[in-house]
Design a protein around this ligand. Structure first.
Ligand code: PLP
Length: 377
């Protein structure tokens, strides 16, 4: 049945309240949906190209990149296919095979893969472990100093907000450490740029990467790579054969709808970032209400500084043990109430986000969890 049309519908996930953190920051506003339709054809932004994507004036990609540089506090900015491609490009430009990079213990798998594909050795800065899993500037300093005693460290990578616990790291603190030790720092902002204020200059980092489809209301795949001017010659160096083309970007990155949606969403994203404090407040409310039910506990740093929350949920695990639907009961009870995004069959823990929901919707989510516990305990 699904194979006939390849199952190309996501009505369930789109029309219900979706708690999956991955899905909350990439929802398109009306202007981006219009741009998606307008620029859906193949090379749709290339009608008036003179050889460089970042210099196209119709649509005004050149002006958009100036605005994006301003938005991220970068000297130079380019679009890439995703946060991972941004990390890969910087590692590729700065490092040789066999070089060493230092990354935090909460790094996303794509940081590891970018390093692995570049043939780099990874040294990890451990987190504090259960229950807060915090990565501190102090731990960063210790690992960097130890590593620098042995080998040259070509690059440090810090996950601004990680995808497991939603911990917001002290980027400025880590940047101070890196600057003192002479190591360039790339900040992975996949879960922050487009949700909360991120400014390369103010944070004192060398590079920022963002993810359009994760946190910037773009259809994707698309990402953002911002840098200080001193890295432009290295990261944006040109091809020997095709003098206009930037080598690390393989000439051009996204050439159509993903870029058009990112562009259309920038004014909306700029505005929503200014309301970040309200998002944090809603998330803290969710945590306090769910913990109040009993048998539900937030992991990660407290109080929350980001909308992604990981909960340990022994109460749901205990219910599952004697429930006729076993571990599937939670997914099914939520679905009955129009809530999706918690993995089927999973009851020991879950990750969720209420980013962008109204206060009424948040209250509905809270009440639903409370009812499910009361009706099944
Ligand atoms: C912290 C973090 N970094 C990077 C990524 C990957 O982003 P992209 O899909 O833009 O490469 C993710 C995606 O889940 C993430 O959570």
């Amino acid at each position: 049945m699904e194979c006939a049309d390849y199952g190309l519908t996501r009505k369930l996930e789109r029309d219900n309240l979706n708690l999956n953190p991955l899905q909350r920051g990439g929802v398109l506003p009306a202007a981006a949906r219009k741009a998606l339709h307008e620029f859906g054809d193949g090379y749709s932004v290339c009608d008036y190209c003179d050889g460089r994507l970042d210099q196209v004036t119709r649509p005004a990609i050149n002006c958009f990149l100036d605005d994006l540089a301003d938005f991220t506090g970068s000297d130079a900015v380019r679009t890439v296919h995703g946060a991972r491609e941004g990390k890969f490009a910087v590692m590729h430009a700065l490092c040789e095979r066999g070089d060493t990079v230092v990354v935090d213990g909460n790094a996303h798998y794509t940081t590891h893969l970018a390093a692995e594909r570049n043939g780099l050795e990874i040294v990890e800065v451990p987190s504090t472990g259960h229950p807060s899993y915090e990565v501190t500037p102090e731990a960063y300093r210790e690992v960097l100093e130890e590593t620098i005693d042995r080998v040259e460290v070509k690059l440090a990578v810090l996950t601004h907000v990680d995808g497991n616990y939603g911990n917001l790291t002290d980027a400025r603190g880590v940047a101070d450490v890196c600057r003192k030790l002479g190591v360039p720092l790339l900040l992975n902002c996949a879960y922050s740029m487009g949700r909360l204020p991120v400014n390369l200059r103010e944070l004192g980092v060398d590079f920022v990467v963002g993810s359009g489809h994760k946190s910037m209301a773009a259809s994707g795949p698309i990402g953002v790579l911002g840098m200080r001017s001193e890295w432009e010659d290295t990261v944006l160096r040109r091809s020997g054969r095709h003098e206009k083309k930037e080598l690390e970007l393989l000439g051009c990155t996204s050439r159509g709808a993903p870029l058009a949606t990112l562009m259309a969403s920038l004014p909306y994203v700029r505005e929503r970032v200014s309301r970040w404090d309200g998002e944090v407040k809603k998330t803290r409310y969710l945590v306090s209400e769910l913990e109040d039910i009993g048998g539900i506990e937030q992991l990660g740093v407290r109080p929350k500084e980001h909308d992604l929350v990981r909960f340990e949920t022994p109460v749901f695990h205990e219910i599952a043990a004697s429930h006729p639907r076993k571990g599937f009961f939670l997914y099914e009870e939520l679905k009955k109430r129009g809530i999706v995004g918690i993995r089927r069959g999973q009851t020991k823990w879950f990750k969720c986000s209420i980013y962008g929901m109204t206060e009424e919707q948040v209250q509905y989510v809270v009440d639903s969890f409370r009812d499910i516990v009361e009706e099944n305990r």
